[in-house]
Design a protein around this ligand. Structure first.
Ligand SMILES: NC(=O)c1ccc[n+]([C@@H]2O[C@H](COP(=O)([O-])OP(=O)(O)OC[C@H]3O[C@@H](n4cnc5c(N)ncnc54)[C@H](O)[C@@H]3O)[C@@H](O)[C@H]2O)c1
Length: 424
């Protein structure tokens, strides 16, 4: 994996997915062009300052020092690359899949990457996108890409996961032709420990959507069951732990304040949208969406119930929210249910203070949220009516917070049992 190679790789999009791919390709000895349309992102990378947890400033420094990593917003640098990997966003616009960035990336390749032998789409897309819209856009530009091989390989990266990283998570690969599948598999074998080849790009595209929809649906199931368990006076966490003693046929999912990030709230729509085009609704996805989307409002109702038990209204109560990002150990605020909980509490008159040592503090201020430094947490907890744990960052001193706060609502099962700690 460490042999220096003459091959040049372009990674289009230098975000949560693209940067770890660029890092892995650099580690494998390739020369890597990190192309991103965002000039600010490119400047940050050149500084070097990493915008994500999985690639550190020091990693970037080392990559830049070898002269084999070039962050750039100039598509002219795509000329002469052998392989182009596309890792750009696939958001929803007005609730529908938006392929603008994917198609723009394909056009940049088709305009500038003359001679590119292999193009791989890693962004999450609906089945058929790689073969049709993406390949069509590759054919639009100046470069003759009629002989370029095109494949899909979903990104399975789990930001902040120290155990499952880009290199040791099995990489699924499906081409638009057999030759593309083999070429893409051979390429990823130089970056990853395990490559799983599937029969087509469509199988790989849909497998990624199944993975995330499976997670989304199961989280919705346990979130709904959690609400019922609370009404029945049964501890949902104990129920899940008990079911998990079964050694087969059951996988644990935990209830929480909802789902967030770039994947779970969005990817199932890519699948349901494709299904609905066949004239059939995707009932499971619709229901799971509805349940998970209502979870922040449920958390706010529980907070109101708890304050009420202390003869306090939400209006005017001081509430300390622990965590604003959508997952522990990450600063990613995209689609974060924690932000929705905080905004709903504020809308009901709550005086909410937020502590999130991972999130960009300026971004929190732009949302109008007063922040608390993690070093001042215990003092702040003592001066509040209620602490609500929304995202369980490892820096939080749970025991000391519980010792200081009058009341703690724990939506993440992170606090030890105590009379003032209420579980989800
Ligand atoms: N974040 C995750 O955990 C994760 C996991 C698996 C898959 N994915 C999928 O990977 C894809 C990328 O997600 P992400 O989280 O890395 O997004 P991101 O927003 O972190 O990064 C995307 C980058 O692409 C750049 N970009 C946008 N349009 C571009 C263009 N036309 N050309 C070049 N650069 C462009 C943006 O400026 C940004 O820096 C999405 O399809 C997402 O669903 C994400």
């Amino acid at each position: 994996m460490s042999a220096i190679t003459e091959r040049r790789i372009a990674v289009i999009g230098q975000g949560y997915v693209g940067l770890p791919v660029a890092h892995a390709a650099h580690e494998a000895g390739y020369t890597v062009i990190g192309y991103d349309v965002d000039d600010k992102r490119v400047d940050e990378l050149a500084e070097p300052r990493s915008p994500i947890e999985d690639v550190t400033d020091d990693d970037l420094f080392k990559m830049l020092a070898t002269g084999r990593y070039l962050p750039t917003s100039d598509p002219g640098h795509l000329a002469g690359v052998d392989v182009a990997i596309v890792t750009v966003p696939t958001p929803l616009t007005a609730g529908r899949p938006d392929l603008t960035a994917v198609l723009a990336a394909a056009r940049a390749i088709s305009d500038y990457a003359r001679g590119v032998q292999l193009v791989v789409l890693e962004s999450t897309v609906a089945p058929g996108t790689t073969r049709r819209a993406f390949t069509d856009a590759l054919g639009d530009g100046q470069a003759d890409l009629s002989r370029t091989l095109v494949a899909f390989s979903p990104e399975r990266i789990d930001p902040g996961n120290a155990m499952w990283r880009f290199s040791n998570t099995p990489k699924l690969v499906g081409g638009t032709t057999n030759a593309a599948t083999f070429a893409a598999a051979a390429f990823y074998e130089t970056l990853c420990e395990t490559v799983e080849v599937v029969e087509s790009a469509e199988v790989a595209e849909m497998a990624k959507l199944l993975e995330n929809t499976y997670r989304h649906v199961n989280i919705a199931l346990v979130n709904e069951l959690g609400r019922h368990a609370h009404r029945l006076g049964i501890d949902i966490r104990a129920v899940v732990a008990a079911a998990a003693t079964k050694p087969y046929g059951f996988m644990s999912f935990q209830p929480g304040p909802g789902v967030g990030g770039h994947c779970l709230p969005i990817d199932p729509v890519y699948l349901s949208d494709a299904v609905e085009r066949t004239g059939h609704p995707f009932a499971f996805v619709d229901l799971a969406m509805q349940i998970n989307a209502a979870q922040p409002a449920y958390v706010v109702d529980r907070v109101a119930e708890l304050l009420n038990s202390q003869r306090k209204p939400v209006n005017g109560s001081r509430i300390l929210a622990l965590g604003a990002s959508y997952k522990a150990g990450s600063g990613d605020l995209r689609e974060s249910p924690a932000i929705e909980v905080i905004e709903r509490l504020r809308a009901r008159g709550g005086e909410v203070f937020v502590c999130d040592p991972h999130a960009d503090q300026l971004a929190l201020h732009r949302l109008g949220l007063p922040t608390v430094d993690v070093r001042d947490l215990v003092t702040s907890a003592a001066a509040t009516d209620l602490v609500v744990l929304l995202t369980n960052h490892p820096e939080f001193p749970h025991e000391r917070i519980a010792g200081a706060a009058p009341l703690v609502f724990d939506t993440r099962d992170a606090f030890a049992d105590a009379p003032n700690v209420v579980a989800f």
